[in-house]
Design a protein around this ligand. Structure first.
Ligand SMILES: Nc1ncnc2c1ncn2[C@@H]1O[C@H](COP(=O)(O)OP(=O)(O)O)[C@@H](O)[C@H]1O
Ligand SMILES: [Mg+2]
Length: 258
């Protein structure tokens, strides 16, 4: 078996801060000389590129449509579909000096894409050997993990905000990973957007217990993130002393060095 990079996936209910956590993890992965990182935005809403300060023009969803479209047959008569997929993915991957990024984009329309999805997954597995870390910003349902990206995850970080619904989704994700037969080596809970409010602090231990997951870190609600959001500044450029940046560095230390 070829040696592949470490796969870290970030999942959780929408709006809990998966993309923010993934962006800050990427910041530490790239700053610590740990080799090249492949960031995969597996959320159809595709926010990760902008929080990382890059633009991705085409997604894997677009590639899938192009390959499935009848006109493509004409152009690619001489190229087997798996080679065409590899060629097109290389073409849409955005490379910066420190990391590369791929966006999965929208899921497929009607029709059968199983074969193309299988080839995609195969190629992404192959790609994983070229990077030291593959960081996947998932959508809530883990669909991409099971069908389109990879079935092997070294660390699954499940993000929740300090709400009952967020924590309920976190437990569902834990069970879903099992049901979808994703091989998860380690799974942790991250509670994000934690305020100083007395009632939040009091309720937190019980919420964490309810999740049935091991807590790896608490990330505070950060006014700098709100200020960056307001003007669309990349999260990766947050100041080092930002509360959320400090908290994610601790998570990085536990998850990536442990
Ligand atoms: N620790 C935090 N403090 C303040 N705002 C945050 C924090 N984490 C996330 N946010 C904001 O909450 C919103 C949802 O975060 P996002 O990472 O896009 O969630 P998800 O990817 O889970 O849908 C964004 O506007 C984001 O900037
Ligand atoms: Mg997101």
């Amino acid at each position: 078996m070829t040696k592949r990079g470490t796969i870290i996936a970030v999942a959780g209910k929408g709006g809990t801060g998966k993309t923010v956590i993934a962006s800050l993890l990427l910041k530490f992965l790239t700053e610590n000389g740990r080799g090249r990182v492949l960031a995969i935005d597996a959320d159809p809403a595709t926010c990760l590129p902008s929080t990382l300060g890059v633009t991705v023009k085409k997604t894997i969803g677009d590639v899938r449509e192009e390959i499935a479209s009848p006109s493509q047959v004409f152009f690619s008569e001489d190229m087997p579909t798996d080679m065409l997929i590899e060629y097109k993915i290389e073409e849409i991957m955005v490379n910066t000096p420190l990391f590369s990024i791929l966006a999965m984009g929208h899921s497929e329309g009607p029709g059968c894409y199983c074969l193309i999805n299988d080839m995609l997954r195969h190629f992404i597995d192959k790609l994983a050997s070229r990077f030291s870390t593959i960081l996947i910003d998932c959508e809530a349902g883990l669909e991409h993990l099971s069908r389109r990206t990879t079935r092997d995850v070294d660390t699954l970080l499940v993000v929740s905000d300090p709400t009952k619904r967020g924590i309920d989704t976190a437990s569902t994700i834990k069970n879903l990973a099992k049901k979808l037969q994703i091989n998860v080596r380690r799974i942790y809970l991250v509670v994000n957007k934690v305020t100083e409010d007395e009632d939040v602090r009091t309720a937190l231990p019980e919420l964490v217990k309810k999740s049935g997951l091991e807590l790896v870190g608490i990330v505070p609600e950060d006014a700098n993130i709100r200020a960056f959001d307001l003007v669309g500044k990349p999260i990766i450029e947050l100041p080092e002393d930002s509360k959320a940046v400090v908290a994610v560095e601790e998570i990085f230390e536990k998850v990536c060095r442990g």
